[in-house]
Design a binder for this molecule. Sequence first.
Ligand SMILES: Cc1cc2nc3c(=O)[nH]c(=O)nc-3n(C[C@H](O)[C@H](O)[C@H](O)COP(=O)(O)OP(=O)(O)OC[C@H]3O[C@@H](n4cnc5c(N)ncnc54)[C@H](O)[C@@H]3O)c2cc1C
Length: 181
Amino acid sequence: MTNSLDSLILGAGISGLSLAYTLKQDGRRILLCDRQPRVGGNITTGSAEGFIWEEGPTSFSPTPELLKLAVDVGLEQELVLADRRLPRYVYWQGQLQPVPMSPPAAITSELLTLQGKLRALRGALGFVAPAMGSQLSAQGGEETVAQFFQRHLGSEVTQRLVAPFVSGVYAGDRISSGRYC
Ligand SMILES: Cc1cc2nc3c(=O)[nH]c(=O)nc-3n(C[C@H](O)[C@H](O)[C@H](O)COP(=O)(O)OP(=O)(O)OC[C@H]3O[C@@H](n4cnc5c(N)ncnc54)[C@H](O)[C@@H]3O)c2cc1C
């Protein structure tokens, strides 16, 4: 009985770790297990020859809950907060183009053609074709990210705004082949 547990947590990614921390604060007896010989799950930091890099997440939205957790576990001094107003750019046709962050900026943006803007506006107003087709059936009814955005906002938004974001996160260009899901 002295070895009994209140909770067994499988998976020591950020979800399992946060849960373990919360339950431990309540005085629960827990055991946290992972099939890998390390904790963190997707959160992986590599280092070699004096360099250090992230192989998974590099940023997060600073919600009150996450900030509280970071402070509670003693990471307050490690937090690097970015300025929300900083512009984002997409390198397009030989130059950095600001990502439109507001409707007026979207109208004047040189990242999209007039045709691309009108196509996106049509989707933004709700004129969106339903998802269907033999390809979708072959995919078990699940759309890829590329298919979803093409259907809603058109191919220009997909290629020039969505693809840079997704490939930036996943360091790949699989969205352009429509395979990303
Ligand atoms: C390349 C990349 C970049 C990302 N960038 C960001 C970012 O910038 N910002 C952001 O907010 N999010 C980002 N994400 C998403 C974020 O990393 C994940 O949402 C988050 O890490 C998921 O955490 P999790 O604990 O739910 O799952 P995971 O991290 O997947 O952890 C699950 C754990 O469970 C273990 N496990 C699975 N099955 C078993 C089993 N049967 N028995 C025991 N253990 C098991 C696994 O080994 C793993 O350690 C990124 C993801 C990737 C892949």
